[in-house]
Design a binder for this molecule. Structure first.
Ligand code: TYD
Length: 144
């Protein structure tokens, strides 16, 4: 079981009378995502061999969207792990607290947009894997 994460399918608005217009995907709070957005940031120009992330958050909720290209995401938490490939700008990956994340295999010109529930706070990060395991064992060990 994967706790606290999952794919969200957003609307993809097109014009039936003119398919050259392309698509528009709106995201509104709280209808489309389960938190109020306080920050957005985006990651781009990442070389193929690079793995970013390698941390979890204690309180932060995020939605990750690959606006262009393709990016692999691996999530791990106390209950299991799951891999996703993001390659559709109308699909977001909700990532709640206590998920260790690794973003890899960025295609050329991939852009990862992140919608976040809080402003940047380094104290909310767990960047050491052993600390992450220990923290989650204490928090969830009793309910497995
Ligand atoms: P980090 O979250 O570690 O990036 P990733 O997980 O994608 O590898 O952030 C990288 C650096 O950027 C780190 O020094 C903190 C800084 N940063 C900010 O200043 N503001 C932000 O909103 C974010 C997300 C990071």
């Amino acid at each position: 079981m994967l706790y606290n994460s999952g794919l969200l399918k957003f609307r993809k608005i097109s014009s039936p009378s003119n398919d050259k217009l392309g698509y528009l995907t709106p995201i509104e709070c709280p209808n489309d995502i389960p938190f109020e957005i306080k920050r957005i940031y985006y990651i781009y120009d990442v070389k193929k061999e690079i793995v970013r992330g390698n941390h979890s958050h204690k309180k932060l909720h995020q939605v990750l969207l690959c606006l262009n290209g393709s990016i692999d995401i691996r999530l791990e938490n106390f209950f299991g792990e799951k891999k996703f490939t993001l390659n559709d700008p109308s699909v977001g990956l909700y990532v709640g607290p206590d998920n260790w994340r690794e973003m890899s295999n960025f295609s050329e010109e991939a852009v990862l947009l992140v919608l976040a529930s809080e402003k940047y706070d380094e104290d909310d990060y767990i960047r050491d894997y052993d600390t992450f395991v220990e923290y989650n064992q204490k928090k969830y060990g009793g309910i497995k």
